[in-house]
Design a binder for this molecule. Structure first.
Ligand SMILES: Cc1cc2nc3c(=O)[nH]c(=O)nc-3n(C[C@H](O)[C@H](O)[C@H](O)COP(=O)(O)OP(=O)(O)OC[C@H]3O[C@@H](n4cnc5c(N)ncnc54)[C@H](O)[C@@H]3O)c2cc1C
Length: 381
């Protein structure tokens, strides 16, 4: 790359939202530059269960990862740390695949479609001036783009630079992930509660399971380290105790992330369209953050393409994106935040599980509130 370069559209971050936006825009004939600060493939903290609301869209675009034989998940089991359980079918359901495989697969497709993929390069800052964006990259280089999609995930130093309101409060959550092997039904996702958090368990590809939990930072600090926290706190739940007794853990050490905030965010910042977690992070117990990342990327890419073709002014692009984003995601983000309150408290969770276990229709309604409708690839945007 020369010291100054330019193209039509820039994307910050190569997770699902960034890669998906890049692929859609490249398929529509646009010049795309995507900047990802890491090198593929790599593991991320994520439950790796993708809601089928996006499956028809992935099929339509040839992006469904059939060759990895993802698990097909159609039921959920929830347990409290006192051992009560609730089981329910999942009306929408989902499939399980590791981000290690999926992100690498889509990065390869993006490159084959002509996306300029800059890996190992971080966007340090961006400014909007003279109807275009100036990006400052690590290594001192800069890049100019007409339209900018910000897909840099849960938290980045860019959020601090742009003074986004959620950065002013410390977030109390930590996320931890492993891949493991043990006997477990491939069509089920389990959500096991423990004091201060919950842990998801579900099948991905190659007979492996994803084990991923969200925990309160304070509890972890009090235990001293992750290993002791798992022994003293997670294993209070009999189902999790069994996992630690029986499973083969496949990572040398867990993947860990800090500072996870579910506070509301804006879908626009300094004229950039925010997609995926950058626009709003849904609580993981809903299991549809990745579907939302793909859905918002679909919206941003389609509207950006109209803008680049001269069919939408910048003002109309921003207005329509913000409006559509609110319509499609605000309710479920709020439902997710409220549902989260029922989890992680020893007695409240137990009570909630026993109550919802006795009223299956209510359980199904609650699950549907946190999910969207199946995304129709042919519906106009
Ligand atoms: C504990 C936990 C469990 C979860 N489980 C599930 C689940 O089972 N199902 C589900 O659907 N969702 C789940 N989620 C949510 C899901 O992981 C996210 O919603 C999804 O990964 C969002 O994708 P994204 O592309 O927006 O962000 P990411 O996948 O985080 O990608 C962002 C990318 O941007 C890059 N980046 C950051 N800053 C810069 C920069 N300045 N320059 C260049 N690159 C940058 C990062 O390296 C990263 O690759 C879970 C979340 C947590 C915390």
């Amino acid at each position: 790359m020369s010291n100054r370069s330019e193209t039509e559209i820039g994307i910050i971050g190569g997770g699902l939202a960034g890669l998906f936006s890049a692929i859609v825009l490249a398929k529509k004939g646009h010049q795309v530059a995507l900047f990802e600060k890491k090198e593929y493939p790599f593991h991320r903290v994520c439950g790796e269960y993708i809601s089928t609301e996006v499956s028809p869209l992935l099929e339509h675009l040839g992006l469904f990862p059939h060759q990895f034989k993802p698990s097909q998940i159609s039921r959920v089991m929830i347990s409290s740390s006192l051992g009560s359980t609730l089981k329910s079918p999942l009306a929408m359901g989902g499939f399980g695949i590791s981000r290690y495989s999926l992100d690498r697969y889509w990065a390869k497709i993006a490159q084959e479609l002509g996306v300029q993929l800059f890996t190992g390069i971080s966007v340090e800052n961006y400014q909007f001036e003279n109807d275009s964006f100036q990006l400052q990259l690590s290594g001192g280089k800069s890049f100019s783009v007409r339209t900018l999609i910000a897909a840099y995930g849960k938290r980045s130093k860019l959020d601090l630079l742009k003074n986004r309101s959620f950065t002013t409060k410390r977030s109390p959550y930590v996320g931890v992930k492993y891949h493991i092997r043990m006997p477990f039904p491939a069509d089920m996702i389990a959500l096991h509660n423990f004091p201060g958090g919950y842990c998801g368990l579900s099948a991905i590809e190659d007979g492996k399971l994803n084990l991923c939990y969200l925990a309160g930072r304070e509890g972890l600090r009090a235990a001293g380290n992750i290993e002791q926290f798992e022994r003293q706190v997670l294993q209070q739940n009999p189902y999790l105790k069994e996992v630690w007794e029986k499973a083969e853990f496949l990572f040398e050490k867990p993947e860990v992330i800090n500072e996870i905030s579910f506070a509301p965010r804006s879908p626009l910042e300094d004229h950039a369209l925010m997609v995926g977690d950058t626009a709003g992070l849904i609580t993981p117990l809903c299991g549809n953050g990745m579907a939302m990342a793909i859905h918002s990327a679909w919206l941003a890419a389609n509207l950006s393409s109209k803008h680049l073709k001269g069919e939408l002014s910048r003002e109309a692009l921003e207005e329509q994106y913000a409006q559509e984003w609110g319509k499609r995601f605000s309710t479920r983000l709020m439902a997710g935040r409220n549902l989260q309150k029922l989890f992680g408290e020893r007695f409240t969770t137990d009570l909630a599980i026993r109550f919802f276990g006795a009223v299956p229709a209510l359980t199904r309604k609650l699950i549907s509130l946190t999910h969207g409708k199946t995304l129709d690839p042919c519906a106009s945007i």
